[in-house]
Design a protein around this ligand. Structure first.
Ligand code: AMP
Length: 595
């Protein structure tokens, strides 16, 4: 296909008739109540994510369909049907009940993509227990910070991760009443102050009556990073399931005969909303690969697992591109019919590469932890403009706003009606998967809203909308770093660096990188008596890696005699970044000792 500004969609190119084909008509007639009506609801009233995702199918026509199919290099594939998943999640809910863990208590999960993680998440939801999945590549510090902010009562993790990341810090997590361990070798765990999950599961009944949660009851607590302070716990409710189902249809075009693969780790919001919940809601079979990225392996899985819908991320796509289109061409993907990507800007090149390598364009979509579900998307229903995030889904009203004052609370903004103007991306509040607050931080939550009735949610992203209603990502409005699709708060990294005895001050930025989007780069100044040399640099890097884990730690450290600060004492990361990239330094009037 010739490269132009638009990739046209022809009905004949689509192997399965999509759930929708008329953007304007669907947006006009869409009602969230109609989406709600597609769900079951709990027998005695109420709404529960796990009931809709699992039990509804387990007692219906899809009971024997494979819900989750786990593959790894070292073990044969393991499959759980919807009926089996219902039984296992019932057992886990009973385990929690037997431990005295109830509705509203918080459960944290820290594991690779093992079956027990999925069972724990869904079982806890049945019990009304609020779930926080954490990324297994986090180091001890981010883990302890999150468990403490969330007052976690239960942790499900593996014996290896426990020994490596939790054990030494356990005393610093006073709310943690129970640690349930999965043996990585499939055996029985035997660690003091913990319990073996498999043993508890065997003893538990596989019958459970889902707790009568309501649409507004909390279900998930997802941590996200900001520019300052500790990570924020975004609270999501069971009612979000309405949006998970709708977006699974509209943005991912999931049909119940699909074999679907979401490559996101469940430690991040995409891996929960679209790696666990949405595909189950729509009755599809999900592939879960327990291994890390490997280009040849991924192509083989796409081909041999006969994946039909694939949801992945720009970093992965860029790594596949790096491995060469020739490698892709050694495989054939006759079953693949829809490919989507999220988490970072997707370069137009990557969209076109999809057509060359996979025979399909890649559909970029946009959302964030706070929105709980996909908001803006390229879909099967309309043409793609490569480089654009697409258009707001039915039920979602997006706009670009201009701030009328630089600072100020509440924010005063004006909605920009004209196209092609850069501003902050905002969404009209009220979609079902919208976060309901930041845990213990009402003031920060309120700061996210503007408008006469606080009806506009400010996303923190800069974007523009073109005359056809397509949105184009411009950048973040803050200093938050996006590395390999993961949001990293500079403050969390700086705090860990400051714990090193040699470090006097630290400033952390995202440095553009052709594959992972941004890498974390730290600037540090040293205390008197320390010499800035290679061995100290490696020592600080090692310290950061140990505290923060590989996913969050800086990849580069540079020494500076002092760091630029504002007169009020804040490190000017913007200036560090401009200097690093050789860009204009902009307004430096607040620089300490500056103009
Ligand atoms: P998270 O809350 O970790 O999911 O990160 C959300 C942030 O990732 C957004 O606010 C954006 O800055 C970025 N992001 C997500 N999707 C896209 C996309 N399609 N294009 C550009 N940036 C994106």
């Amino acid at each position: 296909m010739e490269r132009g500004a638009v990739i046209r969609k022809e009905a004949r190119d689509l192997r399965v008739p999509p759930h929708w084909d008329d953007y304007a008509a669907e947006c006009r007639t869409f009602r969230w109540d109609d989406e709600r009506a597609r769900l079951d609801g709990l027998p005695g009233g109420g709404l529960n994510i796990a009931h809709e995702a699992v039990d509804r199918h387990a007692s219906g026509a899809l009971r024997d369909r494979v819900a989750l199919r786990f593959v790894s290099r070292s073990a044969p594939a393991l499959e759980l049907s919807y009926a089996e998943l219902a039984r296992q999640t019932n057992r886990f809910a009973n385990v929690l009940r037997s431990l005295g863990v109830g509705q509203g208590d918080r459960l944290f999960v820290l594991a690779g993509r093992v079956p027990e993680l999925y069972i724990a998440v869904l079982g806890a939801l049945k019990n009304g227990t609020v779930v926080t999945p954490m990324f297994s590549a986090f180091g001890p510090e981010p883990i302890a910070t999150r468990i403490n902010i969330g007052a976690g009562a239960v942790l499900v993790t593996t014996d290896l991760l426990y020994r490596r990341k939790i054990k030494a810090m356990r005393a610093q997590m006073p709310t943690l009443r129970h640690v349930l361990l999965v043996a990585e070798d499939g055996g029985t765990t035997n660690e003091p102050d913990t319990q073996d999950l498999a043993t508890l599961m065997r003893a538990a009944s596989d019958q459970f009556s889902t707790v009568a949660t309501g649409a507004q009851d909390p279900a998930l607590l997802h941590f996200t990073s900001g520019t300052t302070g500790t990570p924020k716990g975004a609270i999501h409710v069971h009612g979000a399931v309405v949006a998970h189902q709708a977006t699974g249809r509209y943005a991912l075009d999931l049909h119940d005969e699909d074999r679907y693969w979401c490559t996101a780790d469940p430690g991040w919001v995409t891996g929960t909303s679209y790696g666990i919940i949405a595909p189950l809601l729509l009755g599809v079979t999900s592939l879960i690969d327990r291994e890390e990225f490997d280009a040849e392996r991924w192509y083989t899985l796409l081909e041999q697992e006969r994946i039909t819908v694939w949801y992945t991320a720009p970093t992965a796509i860029r790594m596949l591109m790096k491995a060469g289109t020739a490698l892709a061409r050694t495989h054939r993907f006759p079953d693949l019919r829809f490919v989507a990507s999220v988490g970072e800007p997707l370069n137009p090149e990557a969209v076109w590469w999809g057509l060359e390598a996979l025979g399909l364009p890649i559909h970029d979509n946009w959302w964030q932890t706070e929105t709980g579900g996909i908001m803006i998307a390229n879909t099967p229903a309309f043409d793609i403009k490569p480089g654009s995030m697409g258009r707001p889904l039915p039920g979602i009203e997006a706009c670009i706003v201009e701030h009328l004052e630089a600072e100020g609370e509440p924010a005063r903004v004006r909605v920009v009606e004209q196209p092609d103007v850069e501003g902050e991306l905002a969404l009209r509040a009220g979609w079902p998967s919208m976060f309901r607050g930041y845990l213990n931080n009402e003031a920060r939550y309120r700061k996210c809203f503007a408008g006469a009735h606080q009806e506009l949610y400010l996303t923190g992203d800069l974007a523009r909308r073109d005359a056809d209603g397509y949105y184009w990502f411009v950048g973040r409005a803050d200093d938050v770093i996006k590395s390999a699709g993961h949001l990293i708060g500079p403050f969390e990294v700086e705090s860990a660096l400051m714990e090193h005895p040699a470090v006097a001050e630290a400033g952390v930025i995202g440095k553009p990188d052709p594959v992972v989007g941004e890498v974390v780069k730290a600037f540090v100044s040293l205390k008197d008596g320390y010499t800035a040399d290679e061995s100290l640099r490696l020592d600080i890097l090692g310290h950061a890696r140990k505290r923060l884990g590989a996913a969050v730690a800086p990849k580069e450290i540079a020494f500076l005699p002092t760091l630029p600060r504002t007169r009020s004492g804040k490190i000017m990361r913007r200036l560090l970044k401009a200097r690093e990239l050789g860009l204009p330094e902009g307004d430096t009037s607040t620089l300490e000792g500056g103009a």
